[in-house]
Every structure is written in structure tokens, then in C-alpha cells.
Design a protein around this ligand. Sequence first.
Ligand SMILES: [Mg+2]
Length: 309
Amino acid sequence: MLKKKMLFVYNPMAGKEQIKNKLSDILQTFSEAGFIITIVSTEQKGDARKIIEEYGADYEYVVCSGGDGTMNEAAAGLMQLEKRPVCGYIPAGTVNDFASSLKIPKLMKRAAKLITEGTIFHCDLGGFNQDYFTYVAGFGAFTEVSYQTPQEWKNALGKVAYFAEAIKHVSEIKPHHMRIVYDNDEVIEGEFILGLISNSVSVAGYRAYEKKNIKMDDGLFEVMLIRELKNPLEIQMVLNALMTKRLDAEQIVRFRSQKIHIVAEDEVQWTLDGEDGGFCKEVRMQNYQRALPIICAQEAIAKVSMQPL
Ligand SMILES: [Mg+2]
């Protein structure tokens, strides 16, 4: 049998180092499925991207294991390759919104098994200046709170409550003056406390849209912005809108778009896939349609693809 070549890049520290006990099972699963495997363990931030960028082209499969940051880096590394290998993802620790949208299992061994028998989905990938995001780029209330809260806290609090909690702290959050141009000629200008540009069925578990309307290969982002909230009444209206998911408050701006150009008056701290995205005054985001061939569960494709099987 002709062996398929796999580059397996993992972060040993992710998810309380749980891969240490699972590595042998994972490798056995791949081995039995006919893969010949090159294994690289990352040591610091940026390693996964560098390794995949440099060596990925020699492989048919590039599989990464780790948290949000590792998956993000793997996608960024793959984007540098002309001919992209098939990507596989084994989440370590919590399953993020991206993995759960693709119905990638939480158990590492089952995620590995899926890679050997799952279906390739050509997923959209977000470009953010020179960086990338697989499921969300955000700034403001939401992201600042997420930096303060450990994952366990997020889980315990529950998903919608978590989102609402961010808005409650709104008085501590400085609005950013921004001029936002999308799809080339639509312009929005004003003070914003939160922005989420996503390509995912949910963000932090929060489903702001009807699930069936979100496609991860339609070349479009879902964009949600919240304007500055000037008084308790406005805060309450936005909270209600978020809790009821009607999102009909005047201060909530939503649209879909393929390209977004944001110019802020000050440096804005961004998060990409829940990781620190750095400070930027100007951001250009672009949806690279169907750029990431990633293995997912077949039943996920029926939900997230424009072209269900
Ligand atoms: Mg989309």
C-alpha cells in the first residue's frame, strides 16, 4: 500500500498538556490508516506557522493539534503554500467555535479518527492585514473581557451570559472612532465599542444568526458592530437585543461582506481566533473563499456548505 505523507505539528503545552497521554493513540490511528508521519512539537508562538510554511508543501496532509492559536497558525502557514495540503485539526482542551462548527470531536482520539475518514471541506479563511483568522476577528468589549476571563469561567458562566457580561462592563470600555468601508463603497462612521467579524456558526458559543443562514464557504463574513452606548437605557436595549437574539437595537449594526477596511483614530486592540491580534489603526480584512481544505465530519458539510453533499 502506498503510504500518504503527513506532517503532524502539535503544541505540547495546549489544553493542560493533555496530548502527552494521547499521542501514542493518535499516531497509531494515523499509522493504521496508512500514513507515514513526520512529527514536530512546537516550542513557542509562531512555530507552527513557520514549520508548515517551510515544510508543508512536501506533504499531502498537514495535521495540527493545539488550541485556537495553533489552528490559526496552521491556517496561516498553509496560506503561504501554492498547493495546499489537506488540513486536519485535533483540538486540545476546549473545542472552539471553529471546530464545533465543523463537528470535529472533542476527544483527541476521535478527532484523529475523523482525519482518517472524514470529508474535505473547502472552508473560507479570513485575511487580516498580514495575518489570518479561521473564525473570528474582533475588538472591544467582547475581546477585552475574554482576555480577563479564564476558559473555565467562560464555560461555567454559560454562553449567552458571557456575552451579556461583556456588555455590562461597557462603561469601562473606551469607544473607538472608526470609519468602516465594506464591499468597496458602503461606509459607516462612528464610535464603536465592539466589533466581530466572523466566519462561524457561533462566536464564543453565541449564535447571533440563524444557524442555517451561516455558510462557511460563501465568501462572506458576518459582521456585527455595536455603537457607543451613551446611557443605561441604551445598554439595556442592547442587552435585551442580545439576550433575545432579535438584534434589533439601533446601536447594533449588522451586515455581510467579503471585504472590510477599517480606519480607526487610535490604536485598537484586536483578537484573532481568541488570541492576541495586536494593536492596529488600520485593518484590511478579506474573505479568501474556499481557501482552506480542512477535514470535517460529513454531517457538518450539510450545515455549513453552500454545496452540501
Ligand atoms: Mg460565510
